[in-house]
Design a protein around this ligand. Sequence first.
Ligand code: HGY
Ligand code: MN
Ligand code: MN
Ligand code: MN
Length: 418
Amino acid sequence: MKMHKETTGPIVNADRIQGRIDKLSTFTDPDKPWSRIAFGENHRKARAWLTEEMRSLGMAVEIDAGGNLIGRLPGVSGNLPPLASGSHSDTVPDGGRFDGAAGVIVALEAISTLRDAGQRLRHPFEVIDFLAEEPNKYELSCIGSRAMAGELTDAQLSHRAADGTTLAEGIALMGGDPHKLGAPIRMKGEIKAFLEMHIEQGRVLESAGDDVGVVTAIVGITRMVFEVTGRADHSGTTPMGTRKDAMVGASAMIVGFESRALGEETAMVATVGKLQVLPNASNVVPGQVRFTLEIRSSSAEQLQRFAVWAQWHAGSIASERGLDLVCKVVGKSEPIEMDPAVQVAICDAAASHKFKYRSMPSGAGHDAAHVALLAPSGMIFIPCLDGRSHCPEEFASTDQMARGAQTLLDAILILDSN
Ligand code: HGY
Ligand code: MN
Ligand code: MN
Ligand code: MN
């Protein structure tokens, strides 16, 4: 990694970052790289390894009520609020080695580097592996960071996955304490600042040849579940005109979502990425279809308007076709701006190493969007190959991660000094 000559502070160890990424990547289904699904066995084993890494750095480790894995290091000045950094160790199915993982590893690297340099922070420091950032069997993302900010509702906690377990049980399985989740785990002002490094998951930085993105704001996300019920019938003997085909109804709904999103004046995205057909047999007219609709926008008003329209649109197709429809919003995160002072610290950190950086919004959701409700928060993006993410090909180089880690460490040092 090329470092600016005038740099005097401690320099991160690129090989150690890569080594830890490689190790974390081994906690995967060998035949389904790089899947580390939240609440699953690989996820739990990965967290056991992370716990050991934290302990070896002298951190006290705990799992909070929301199932977040936290390593804590005391600061040298008594009674200051902690600085915190981290991301998530779970992945989407067939996901990559960097989404989330890189953010946890570089937070560990910041501590490792300071330790090597014999340097201590004034503030206590926390490395956080947030529980279940990716949408999972409980149909909710960012479970740990929502819990931390007190956003989890009773309805979400009692939501039952297809395997019969509730989210509350899932959190307990991961070492959390769902009974304590009626209130925020951390109070506003309790954390001095939170920083999350993450791969960009898009092509902006790579196309511009930039090293670092300084996130200005994180997109809002609304996720809805639609259940379309028709009538299962024999595919050979039921004439076309007499069917109540839930799949054809769902398809019309989905095509409508796409055209509406394409026609919006302000860009937004709408995705149906998960769909279940029942009974899912080639010679049965589909009796029921359950699908998710995820919409993202930087405007809360646009999200709200689209969600209301989507419900109306699906309802009118259902009634034209004699289908029943149940539709509900299962998760919402509001668009949110990153803290200006934290953005400045990141810019100064990047500039001090002569890294090429730019300010940019995030179209992906992140734990930082929820922590921002509690604490001044900021995000550092690094480029990833071809902008690919949420796929096995996802890639960031050792150098790219090291520049992000160095920016993170220096931003922490800047925030620690004031
Ligand atoms: O879905 C997202 O935007 C994130 O990668 N969890
Ligand atoms: Mn992701
Ligand atoms: Mn992520
Ligand atoms: Mn038959």
